[in-house]
Design a binder for this molecule. Structure first.
Ligand code: KG4
Ligand code: ZN
Length: 382
């Protein structure tokens, strides 16, 4: 197969990223400019601000990715960019820049689904390690701030197909981490903070009822699916409400307001800052929340893996960086003879190396995007 250096561009949410990847297996460069500092005061991503930050960052980020890789605009073989899903205005910045580059340089342009990128982050990681013996089909759990989706991923020579067999009915798992952290005055983004603080709490202190899915998903009914959709779906708005109830019934509002004010006054709070503003009850609550969510994610995903008779599991997306999630998946999957793979931490959260990697099979298949393609905020992966 011919070697190809692909420049990937990602701007779907709050990271402006560019990377150069050789033939879907070697990362020549991987630059991520995070907008966390911009959005932190608002406790979440502000779409309009995200677009403006992408505009500011995109040119220097792409230049750095090329320079780090020892490449130039002329030397790369193709330009790949995230088409969706994501924030429309944010996506448009990456897409417009990628189109302009492809047009001016007369290079092929490749449109990539962000979720396919997350799945290819795992393949990229395994290729880098020299592991080319994965068993297919693969069950992929994409678990991020916007998604908690299960896909059966199949490879047909150079092309891939994806069947969605489960998704969250309400909040995504990362969204639940972010909302609970905000609710407890811990700031944004919540996942990494909850991850670090949970080690200091008793995860059995607070009991959360298991999430219940009472109704069939309307979208599945419309699609006429025959499998039992209930079994593979997730729901995380209930646990967020349960944390809120706990806060109210245990009168934690005052201490939360103090913590919020203290932490937001620190420009870049460290673990010690969070710890010094959290009492044991709060640490126990945080650890119990994380444990309940992780147990649900792992239990439902493994049930889907059993039902679909797959022996290989990919866990990817921002929440895949979570230590407890990794530990639990590794131990529970091993017990069932299922191999589980994660991207490295930097490839778990949003990055452009995964976009350039996912573009390589499309490059080989000459599956190029027309110049008039546009952002698809709600893009579906098939
Ligand atoms: O994949 P990603 O970078 O962006 C989206 O496509 O959404 O995922 C971001 C999400 C956020 O909700 C963030 O809180 C969560 O991933 N996250 C984590 C961890 N690191 C990031 N959640 C739990 N534990 C972590 N260590
Ligand atoms: Zn993502």
């Amino acid at each position: 197969m011919p070697d190809a250096y692909i420049l990937g561009i990602e701007s779907s949410c709050d990271e402006t990223a560019a990377a150069v990847v050789r033939s879907g297996e070697e990362i020549a460069s991987n630059v991520v400019f995070s907008q966390i500092a911009t959005h932190q005061p608002y406790g979440g991503v502000v779409p309009e601000l995200a677009s403006r930050e992408h505009l500011r960052a995109i040119v220097p980020v792409v230049r750095k990715a090329l320079a780090d890789a020892g490449q130039t605009y002329q030397s790369v073989d193709a330009i790949a960019v995230t088409q969706g899903p994501g924030l429309a205005g944010a996506l448009l910045v990456g897409i417009s820049y990628a189109k302009a580059l492809a047009f001016a340089l007369d290079k092929p342009l490749i449109a990539v689904n962000h979720l396919e990128g997350h799945i290819h982050a795992v393949l990229l990681e395994e290729c880098r390690k020299g592991n080319h013996d994965l068993r297919f089909p693969v069950l992929a759990l994409v678990v991020s701030g916007g998604h908690t989706h299960l896909y059966l991923a199949k490879r047909h020579n150079n092309s891939w197909s994806y069947e969605n067999i489960g998704h969250t009915r309400d909040d995504a798992a990362g969204e639940a981490f972010d909302k609970v952290a905000k609710l407890l005055g811990l700031g944004y983004p919540g996942g990494p903070i909850v991850d670090k603080l949970s080690i200091y709490g008793d995860s059995r202190a607070v009991k959360f009822p298991p999430s219940q899915l009472k109704h069939r998903d309307r979208n599945d009914q419309k699609a006429g699916r025959t499998y039992d959709g209930l079994r593979f779906d997730f729901s995380y708005s209930g646990i967020k409400t349960a944390v809120l109830r706990y806060v109210e019934t245990h009168d934690l509002q005052g201490s939360i307001a103090e913590r919020h004010n203290a932490i937001s006054a620190i420009p870049q709070p460290k673990l010690e800052d969070y710890l010094s503003h959290c009492d044991q009850q709060t640490l126990d609550l945080v650890a119990s929340f994380q444990r309940a969510l992780v147990e649900d994610l792992v239990g439902k995903t493994l049930a889907a893996a059993r039902a679909c008779h797959v022996a290989t599991l990919f866990v990817t997306g921002g929440v895949a960086a979570n230590q407890e999630l990794r530990r639990q998946f590794e131990s529970d999957a091993a017990r069932e003879g299922i191999s589980v793979y994660f991207p490295s931490r930097p490839l778990s959260t949003d990055n452009a190396a995964m976009i350039a990697a996912a573009a390589y099979p499309k490059f080989l298949a000459a599956d190029f995007a027309p110049m008039d393609f546009s952002a698809e905020a709600g893009m579906v992966l098939r």
